[in-house]
Design a protein around this ligand. Structure first.
Ligand code: XUL
Ligand code: CO
Length: 437
């Protein structure tokens, strides 16, 4: 069954192409900065937005036209699997990502739910084997079902906590069965609304217990995926515990978990936290914690997670700059955690949206590689901090200076000379590279 009969294989046609169903910048085999684009990006499709999302919002019903919607129950789940592999094949992308509840419906009991999951996982495994497509990561949805209204690993109910633990256990088994490269924890309802009913310390302790149990179990069953935590500052809860990269790293360090996790950073989550994406990436990178990326963009005028497809070249360039400086994305990848707008309801829009995002990233990679090759920012930055490479500055950076020695220096060093930070000049240079001048 073809769910996307209108579209055949999407190919690279170069920037002169006027074919909307072609890549103009993403050329999988083209080598940039020593690696093919395919190796740089490890692009993934997000199952939830592309095959499950129906376009509903708080003001209106679903709008999406999807060939699989004529089915229900397990038949619907199977149809979505077929659609997923057809979509990956036609776009030429290597990976997909899912939540347990995206791929199979819940039953009346946990036993029944797990049975449904097993049926679909077996089908996915067969499709993976015949297509060569891979699972970038899987995760457990512990936020949609009403049982999680107080949270999952941070709930006030031990019964709900145990249920969540059972779900994580099953998620790890599914990840192992399908050879997932990573396993993600996004704490959908791990946060709180008011301190008037919240034992903050107990919730954080319990969250850490859950992560430790997951690390132990993965080891026990030989599931060697990279573990990732995905920070987000708010939505659905007011105060999400994994607020941003810095908060999450500090939590992991406090609870002895830092060696077992990296971060899955998402553009629109960083901006909701009041940061740029590149800020959160830099914070993670300097700590060796940059694991994987959820690619999307928010709207400057809106205060929530709009999950738009990433098309802003300025942002994709600075994102790929961080990835390149990180030496690549490792076992992670770039997952389009993005959804078409409610009015972009035709199946073709799913292709057009992914093509827009993929090409924006490909262009960003090329510009970032050139910026790094020419050492545009590196040389400027090295020069800006050169006072710490010799004399009194070297005393400071090597840790030999004391308040006494610095006072002695300051007393006879008058006047202090300063230099411009040249921010506007640097932004103009970035524009020149973006415009290929
Ligand atoms: C929610 C979000 C999730 C995670 C996986 O904002 O980004 O879809 O990526 O649970
Ligand atoms: Co995400």
């Amino acid at each position: 069954m073809a769910y996307f009969a209108n579209v055949s294989a999407v190919a690279y046609e170069g920037s002169a192409s006027r074919n909307p169903f072609a890549f103009r910048h993403y050329n999988p085999q083209e080598v940039v900065a020593g690696k093919t684009m395919e190796e740089h990006f490890r692009f993934a499709v997000a199952y939830w937005h592309t095959f499950v999302g129906n376009g509903s919002d708080p003001f209106g019903a679903g709008t999406m036209q999807r060939g699989w919607d004529r089915y229900s129950g397990l038949d619907l789940a199977k149809a979505r699997v077929e659609a997923n592999f057809e979509f990956l094949e036609k776009l030429g992308l290597p990976f997909f990502c899912f939540h347990d509840r995206d791929i199979a419906p819940e039953g009346d009991t946990l036993q029944e739910t797990n049975k449904n999951l097993d049926t679909i996982v077996a089908m996915i495994k067969e499709y993976m084997q015949s297509s060569g497509k891979k699972l970038l990561w899987n995760t457990a949805n512990m936020f949609t079902n009403p049982r999680f209204l107080h949270g999952a690993a941070t709930t006030c109910s031990a019964d709900v906590y145990a249920y969540a633990a059972a779900q994580v256990k099953k998620g790890l088994e599914v990840g192992k069965e399908l050879g997932a490269e990573n396993y993600v924890f996004w704490g959908g309802r791990e946060g709180y609304e008011t301190l008037l009913n919240t034992d903050l310390l107990r919730e954080l302790d319990n969250l850490a217990h859950m992560f430790h149990m997951a690390v132990d179990y993965a080891k026990e069953i030989g599931f060697d995926a990279q573990f990732l935590i995905e920070p987000k500052p708010k939505e659905p809860t007011k105060h999400q515990y994994d607020f941003d990269a810095a908060t999450t790293i500090s939590f992991l360090q406090t609870y002895g978990l830092k060696d077992h996790f990296k971060l899955n950073l998402e553009a629109n989550h960083a901006t909701l936290a009041g940061h740029t994406f590149e800020h959160d990436m830099r914070v993670a990178r300097i700590q060796g914690m940059l694991g994987s990326l959820d690619a999307n963009q928010g709207d400057m005028l809106l205060g929530w997670d709009t999950d738009e497809f990433p098309t802003n070249l300025y942002d994709t360039t600075l994102t790929m700059y961080e990835v390149l400086q990180n030496g690549g994305i490792g076992r992670g990848g770039i997952n389009f955690d993005a959804k078409v707008r409610r009015a972009s309801f035709e199946p073709d829009d799913l292709f057009l949206a992914h093509i827009a995002g993929i090409d924006a990233y490909a262009k960003g990679l090329k510009v970032a590689a050139k910026l790094i090759e020419d050492r545009v920012f590196e040389d400027f930055i090295a020069n800006r901090y050169r006072s710490f490479d010799e004399g009194i500055g070297l005393e400071i950076s090597s840790g030999r200076a004391t308040l006494r020695s610095l006072e002695q220096y300051a007393l006879q060093n008058n006047p202090i000379k300063l230099e411009s930070g040249r921010q506007e000049r640097l932004k103009a240079l970035l524009n020149q590279y973006l415009l290929g001048e």
